[in-house]
Design a protein around this ligand. Structure first.
Ligand code: G1P
Length: 284
């Protein structure tokens, strides 16, 4: 069955960026000069998706405005690159907005999209997890899903100190970079973490997940956790993990955002030397 829809949840409160997030949605805070929501939609377009469902909360309408086509700006060729990318994305994909009325967790945000998904498997991209590289990770995962007919989530080995802030899996490798998942836990205590493989925000899920989410009770932090619902799929159709090789940044934190911005500046020749000489200033 074709996978053409992607859910992009952005309704989170963005507390790590307060007070900025009182007036600017977190997904609109730029990595160098491009907001994380732009990268997320671009990744979906690269994966030949045709519909994006953005789950937002009230006050985040700046995101809608961002994706409107705009011809009123008179800009030079270099500065128009991102504007042109937006028109290109608008040609390829339709964007729907769903509101999450109460912040009840990632699982609840996904559940709000049940009516829009209409019985097909779908993707999820969390814009806080910025993945930069040649390949669209969600596109790779879509291929694996179609081949193996199994749910699939993105995985990354992380330092142990980060495990209590993430979903963590119990898994064994069945092919290069592909894992069979036998358990998963959301934000475990360090002594309960089953491995150092963490869930990163890319998922391909079957429609059945909505029925499971409807029955999922609030978990850690009193939120409906997507991880808790996916755990129920392990004994059903099975859950695979894809350990991607691309660079990943947690742009939901100020330091992650800064690292991603530096990474992006280094890709631009006229910025790279300036950044290098600026950084050398800090050498011990
Ligand atoms: C969510 C997921 C978690 C995953 C993380 C990746 O957590 O629930 O399993 O590891 O994204 O960024 P959140 O960042 O919403 O706390």
């Amino acid at each position: 069955m074709a996978i053409t829809k992607v859910i992009i949840p952005v309704a989170g409160l963005g507390t790590r960026f307060l007070p900025v997030t009182k007036s600017i949605p977190k997904a609109m805070i730029p990595v160098l000069n491009i907001p994380s929501i732009h990268y997320a939609v671009k990744e979906a377009v690269k994966a030949d998706m045709t519909e994006v469902i953005i789950v937002m909360s009230k006050g985040q309408e700046g995101i809608v405005q961002y994706f409107e086509n705009s011809n009123e700006f008179k800009v030079n060729k270099k500065d128009s690159k991102t504007l042109n990318e937006i028109s290109y994305m608008n040609d390829k994909i339709s964007i729907h907005i769903i509101y999450q009325q109460i912040p009840k967790g990632l699982g609840d945000a996904i559940l709000q999209c049940k009516k829009n998904v209409n019985k097909t498997p779908f993707g999820v991209i969390l814009p806080d997890d910025l993945i930069l590289g040649k390949n669209s990770v969600i596109s790779e995962m879509k291929k694996i899903y179609l081949q193996k007919k199994s749910s699939i989530i993105a995985l990354k080995k992380v330092p142990r100190s980060q495990l209590p802030y993430l979903g963590v899996v119990d898994a064994y490798e069945i092919a290069k970079n592909i894992y069979q998942i036998s358990g998963m836990i959301e934000k475990p205590r360090l002594n309960n973490a089953p491995s150092d493989l963490a869930i990163i925000g890319r998922y391909i899920l079957p429609y059945d997940i909505f029925d499971i989410l409807e029955l999922t009770k609030p978990g850690i932090n009193n939120e409906i956790q997507l991880t808790d619902a996916i755990r129920s799929l392990i004994g059903e159709i099975g859950v695979l993990g894809y350990q991607f090789a691309e660079s990943h940044f947690d742009v939901g934190t100020p330091i992650g955002l800064l690292k991603a911005s530096i990474h992006e500046s280094m890709q631009i020749p006229e910025f790279a030397n300036e950044i290098k000489s600026f950084m050398s200033f800090f050498k011990d």
